[in-house]
Design a protein around this ligand. Structure first.
Ligand code: DON
Length: 305
């Protein structure tokens, strides 16, 4: 397997030249555009890695998966989906346009920024610090890594430049969808996007979801089965924003991307996969990571369809 992963990484490394590292958060522009790495953790706890798998990156939008898990566990399906929809969006991740034009003003789904900010407001905790700690604690459990922490420079950079997210959050407060203090919720969201991880952490998180919500290494249930089902359904339909359909066709595994360059993919009952490649395509998804996943899906027959 490791030999295969090595070949796939080298087959696709040239794709990184066709993408661009995210620069709207200045600190992210420092990432290495040529990096490309992968880690697989299967449900028998075998692990395989190749390429630049040691590269540390910030979790960015992949945090939205764990934020949604916590919101569903803390407030239940009815409450969460009374404030955020379950429909794919054909707009970019930070789009604001549908908030006004949709009759309910609800964000389309939990994985666009608007939906993730609403979900952050729903996570248990009296303030942003407690909400942040709640989600970080879940990330640590799912990654089986108690040392995960925030990259302070990225957090500062996100907070300084996150004005579109501010506009989104204040609009949602005006529409009574966010009931909490907006700056407090945003602070938790910015910190959660800035959590620093590696593909090893992310492959473990994916493996828990692939295993029905149970950690493969301890056999402990970390999230309810129903929550696990909902999260996978939304990853499949909305996880790659306006490229989710293409991803379902070419890879066929519930997945979530982030502008730090990670794509996390869940192969139900088989394995968790995480790739990193900070050069992004026009939808904000790792260009090399997507190509690596396509080739691996083809070679290992990973599509769930
Ligand atoms: O809200 C933002 O702009 C970022 N912190 C997260 C965006 C992101 O990762 C979008 N994913 N492709």
């Amino acid at each position: 397997m490791e030999k295969l992963l090595k070949i796939v990484i080298e087959n696709n490394r040239s794709w990184t030249k066709h993408g661009k590292v995210a620069s709207y958060i200045p600190e992210l522009a420092k990432a290495n555009p040529n990096a490309l790495g992968i880690h697989i953790f299967d449900l028998d706890c075998n692990e395989f890695c190749a390429g630049d798998y040691k590269t540390a990156f910030t979790i960015q939008s992949v945090s939205k998966v764990i934020i949604l898990i916590c919101a569903l566990m803390d407030k239940g399906k009815e409450t969460v989906f009374s404030k955020v929809g379950t429909e794919p969006s054909s707009d970019p991740f930070n789009s604001i346009i549908k908030l006004e034009t949709r009759h309910s003003h609800k964000p389309l789904n939990p994985f666009i920024n608007a939906g993730a900010i609403v979900c952050t407001s729903l996570v248990a905790g009296d303030n942003g610090i407690e909400k942040f700690e709640r989600v970080l604690g879940m990330m640590k459990k799912m990654a089986d890594n108690p040392t995960i922490q925030v990259n302070f420079n990225v957090y500062q950079s996100e907070k300084l430049t996150g004005n579109t997210n501010r506009a989104i959050a204040y609009y949602l407060k005006g529409a009574n969808i966010i009931e909490r203090d907006v700056e407090d919720v945003l602070d938790a969201y910015f910190k959660l996007c800035s959590v620093e991880v590696t593909v090893k952490d992310m492959a473990r998180i994916a493996s828990v979801i692939a295993n029905g919500g149970i950690a493969p290494w301890s056999k402990k249930r970390l999230l309810p089965q129903k929550v696990n089902q909902i999260v996978q359904a939304l990853m499949m339909t909305c996880g790659l924003y306006d490229a989710s359909g293409e991803f379902a066709v070419n890879i066929g595994a519930p997945s979530k991307s982030g502008v730090g360059g990670c794509i996390l993919s869940v192969v139900p009952k088989r394995m968790g996969i995480a790739v990193v490649g900070p050069a992004l395509d026009e939808s904000g998804n790792s260009i090399g990571g997507k190509k690596v996943l396509e080739e691996i899906s083809e070679k290992l027959n990973l599509s769930i369809f």
